[in-house]
Design a protein around this ligand. Sequence first.
Ligand SMILES: CC(C)(COP(=O)(O)OP(=O)(O)OC[C@H]1O[C@@H](n2cnc3c(N)ncnc32)[C@H](O)[C@@H]1OP(=O)(O)O)[C@@H](O)C(=O)NCCC(=O)NCCS
Length: 154
Amino acid sequence: METVLSSARVGDMKEVHALLLKAADKGRLLPRSLADLYQHTRDFYVLKEPDGRPAGCCALSVVWEDLAEIRSLYVREDMRRRGAGSLLTEACMNEAQAMGVSRLFTLTYETAFFTRLGFSEVDKDVLPQKIWADCVHCPKFPDDCDETAMLRRL
Ligand SMILES: CC(C)(COP(=O)(O)OP(=O)(O)OC[C@H]1O[C@@H](n2cnc3c(N)ncnc32)[C@H](O)[C@@H]1OP(=O)(O)O)[C@@H](O)C(=O)NCCC(=O)NCCS
């Protein structure tokens, strides 16, 4: 079935919130509040089915002059392994490159997926801006953080 990829609109964010809550319930992503999502609407891409139902989402978050992050990537379970996750991630990669960002990272459990897109595992210490902006506020920081940091040069 054809899906349509587009930049998120404010009207999409409640559904993005619902998608991300599903992943958060399973411990795959950190939960984000609706207020946080509205503030970051411009970061998001949304993939929709022809009837408008969201199939997945992904956000590009600029962290520093040479660094951006892939965040909140989620594809509905019944839509997986059909290229949706790659399409969403590549949209963020292309936008980061167009903006002049030279390094793109993610914190993830999905290492096989990101390896296939050209990311490699790195030590979290190479991402100090992320650690001091976000990780220090995370309940899992530092000892219980079990996500893998992965980086790709653009
Ligand atoms: C990770 C995720 C976005 C992948 O979405 P997807 O639409 O299934 O991804 P794609 O179909 O584009 O997969 C591309 C390739 O990545 C690899 N891949 C994807 N999911 C994989 C998995 N669970 N295990 C191993 N390899 C995987 C495969 O090589 C796949 O190609 P193939 O299907 O031809 O073998 C999806 O599984 C998801 O939403 N997971 C839960 C949330 C999450 O963990 N998000 C990442 C946080 S950074």
